[in-house]
Design a protein around this ligand. Structure first.
Ligand SMILES: *Cc1c(COP(=O)(O)O)cnc(C)c1O
Ligand SMILES: [Zn+2]
Length: 422
């Protein structure tokens, strides 16, 4: 058997890794499936191997996505890799946040510290590398947020054309500013989101444009490294919980696969539990979970957390598998709970965009409900940078005066006035 193939998660049908396809003939999603036992033998994979590993790619610090390249895209040649030193993000500990939550062992893995400000870069380095290996002419997505920002930066690095398709009238220009700045061609389509998706897959068939939307399985391979990197940072001591937001459920899918593979490789002895957090106004996964996953009922999504404002998650079936592997749960939080948690994350001097702070809001709720225990070790994932959404900050602190608001104050130009605030 080959070391890696594309494999349907439902019927098991296999396709070559070089096929440009994203769903099986039966309609279900594809995995990049690795023969982990062969890989283990071939590269002698172990905790010690990864701990002792030095940078292999020119300029790449030890760590990051390609630190785990043997388990991400084993067949890739070093010179084919399109990368921007993504990953290697910090594992923050904050006394302020821990005591607000009532936890003793709490870590925040900050994926907003990636090159374009979100974890999307971890997936993009792999998927754009694959696009280049397949000699695709362009990369394309339909996104108004972090995916298009990341696509644009990696397309530039790869010297490929980056295309971002957006339905007309659906988005403020500010949200696509990074894509414009990094030089992706942004096409405002006279149509809706479904028209954009149709065009993307037509462009794939007819124009050799490679889709980088959420169902691209190579993106998930890169996102797996968030979990492995965290485990290595913790000395391979498995935490009790991983808590993170769920939108299209790419991370939910990728993190489960990462742990399943780590367990098969003998890198970990036990499984952590997952808690996936959704915004109440965009919570189809939460509602399906409550219903025993009988069915997914798509909804029209509303939430301040735009990165998880998704009513019909693309990776739904893969995400269910991850919850099964990790005895996982799903929780939902209101926009107010997200904003309160964000004020705590920001106020600790760490900061993250609203979707990321759903993590902390959900965790707070799970602790209050006795599901997460104070003595347990918890890793929360912050998915995006605080500067992704300055409007949410201005609204909270200045316009709408949230509970922990810290608005600016006008003063006269005297030292007495300044002294009042010490
Ligand atoms: C894309 C994104 C999410 C949603 O992640 P999924 O893998 O689609 O569930 C959450 N937060 C941020 C900041 C994102 O960019
Ligand atoms: Zn199938």
């Amino acid at each position: 058997m080959q070391l890696s193939i594309l494999k349907c998660i439902s019927c098991g049908k296999e396709y070559a890794l070089t096929d440009v396809r994203f769903t099986c003939m039966c309609g279900h999603l594809l995995d990049v499936a690795h023969d982990v036992h062969e890989l283990k033998k071939k590269f002698r994979l172990s905790k010690k191997y990864f701990n002792g590993k030095r940078a292999t790619i020119h300029n790449q610090p030890s760590g990051g996505v390609w630190h785990f390249g043997e388990l991400v895209l084993p067949s890739v040649k070093e010179k084919e890799i399109v990368f921007k030193q993504e990953g290697n993000t910090r594992l923050h500990q904050s006394k302020k946040i821990s005591s607000w939550l009532g936890l003793r062992h709490f870590y925040l893995k900050h994926e907003g510290e990636n090159p374009t400000g979100s974890f999307k870069d971890r997936g993009m380095t792999v998927a754009v590398t694959q696009a280049k290996r397949l000699r695709q002419k362009a990369v394309v997505c339909a996104s108004t947020g972090n995916t298009s920002a990341s696509l644009a930066a990696y397309a530039s690095e790869a010297e490929m054309t980056g295309l971002v398709l957006i339905p007309k009238g659906s988005v403020a220009v500010g949200k696509i500013s990074q894509a414009l700045a990094y030089g992706a061609k942004t096409l405002i389509v006279n149509g809706d989101f479904d028209d954009c998706m149709r065009l993307i897959f037509e462009a794939q068939e007819k124009l050799q444009a490679y889709p980088l939307n959420s169902i691209n399985p190579f993106r998930l391979e890169g996102q797996k490294t968030i979990v492995w990197e965290t485990l290595q940072q913790l000395g391979w001591k498995v935490p009790d919980w991983f808590v993170f937001p769920g939108g299209n459920l790419g991370n939910t899918s990728a993190f489960g696969k990462a742990l399943h593979e780590a367990s098969e490789l003998g890198l970990i002895e036990k499984m952590p539990r997952f808690a996936v957090i959704q915004a109440e106004g965009a919570s189809p996964f939460y509602r399906a979970f409550k219903d025993g996953f009988k069915e997914l009922r798509p909804q029209k999504a509303h939430t301040i957390a735009t990165a998880i404002k998704i009513g019909n998650p693309a990776n739904y079936t893969k995400a269910i598998r991850s919850l099964q592997w990790t005895n996982g749960i799903v929780e939902s939080v209101t926009d107010n709970e997200i904003l309160e948690a964000k004020a705590h994350v920001d106020g600790a001097g760490i900061g993250a965009e609203p979707a990321s702070c759903a993590t902390v809001a959900g965790l707070k709720k799970l602790i209050e409900n006795g599901i997460v225990k104070p003595k347990e070790t918890v890793v929360g994932i912050l998915t995006g940078n605080i500067l992704k959404d300055p409007q949410a900050i201005v609204d909270y602190h200045i316009e709408k005066h949230g509970e922990l608001a810290n608005p600016p104050v006008d003063i006269e130009a005297t030292i007495e006035e300044v002294k009042r605030f010490l």
